[in-house]
Design a protein around this ligand. Structure first.
Ligand code: MN
Length: 266
């Protein structure tokens, strides 16, 4: 038998969503053939973009139904990186093995919008996190750290979103020492970002290369990319729900990411 208090809590939660005192915010980028995706330089090989292939549309191949095949890479659009995505996490969980309990947790939002507007290569540093913690308290166990950068405003154009020139892709991320510190000194579940990947655009040249991937996935933490609407979340107090597909052997999956927040009536 469930604890009556728990039953009351869950019923209250559902009622609060129904009456708007708790609001659900979609943090997911719509998934279509034009959704911006990572473009690795040669000699690396890119994943395919998302596409829909019509199989029937109430016509001869299926007179009463419409259905499509989907074609996509794992790491396309808003998606989750599982530990096995990176060589440092190769013995960790694939996306089907991630404990579902860890996919729901509080959100801790750090706002770097001003710094990134001034410098698209801006990197989150340990001092930024410590300043946030001085105001909001230490990052709690199991929280998702979300980087608000304003980058979502570029999402309508892949060129603007990737912001690449002859020197590389200029998008914000996390400094090497901060990635290591977050992955080892804080019991967070993962990092969520607005950009195409959890590492900065120039992070291939860092030591180690791609430090968020290196340290987070190697320490059983996750990444989520291409988030939107982070500006609607409070710094603390939201609950995140992340829903990757349980692809057996998968290194990641496009995911619907929802935040639950206090509503206007709340
Ligand atoms: Mn990925």
């Amino acid at each position: 038998m469930a604890n009556p208090q728990t039953t009351t809590l869950l019923a209250g939660f559902a009622a609060a969503i129904a009456d708007g005192s708790v609001e659900v915010v979609d943090l997911t980028t719509p998934l279509h053939a034009g959704t911006p995706a990572l473009r690795l330089p040669e000699p690396f090989v890119n994943l395919i973009d998302f596409s829909l292939e019509e199989v029937s549309a109430y016509n001869e191949p299926g007179p009463f139904w419409r259905h499509n095949n989907i074609h996509t890479g794992e790491h396309i659009g808003t998606h989750l990186d599982a530990p096995v995505h990176w060589i440092t996490g190769r013995d960790g969980d694939d996306v089907s093995q991630i404990p579902v309990r860890r996919l729901i947790g509080t959100a801790s939002v750090i706002d770097l919008t001003e710094q990134v507007a001034a410098d698209p290569d801006h990197l989150l540093g340990v001092a930024d996190v410590e300043a946030w913690e001085a105001e909001h308290g230490q990052l709690t166990e199991g929280t998702w750290l979300l980087l608000r950068t304003g980058w979502e405003s570029r999402g309508g154009s892949e060129a603007e979103f990737l912001n690449a020139d002859e020197t590389g892709s200029h998008t914000p991320g996390v400094a090497v020492d901060c990635a290591h510190w977050l992955a080892t000194e804080r019991s967070i579940t993962g990092l969520g970002v607005e950009t195409v990947g959890v590492d900065a655009g120039l992070a291939g040249g860092f030591d180690p290369p791609f430090p968020v991937h290196h340290h987070f996935l190697g320490n059983d933490k996750y990444g989520i990319t291409s988030l939107r609407n982070l500006g609607r979340l409070p710094a603390t107090g939201a609950v995140l729900v992340v829903s990757p597909l349980p692809i057996v052997g998968g290194t990641g999956s496009p995911s619907r990411v929802l935040a639950v927040i206090a509503g206007a009536q709340g």
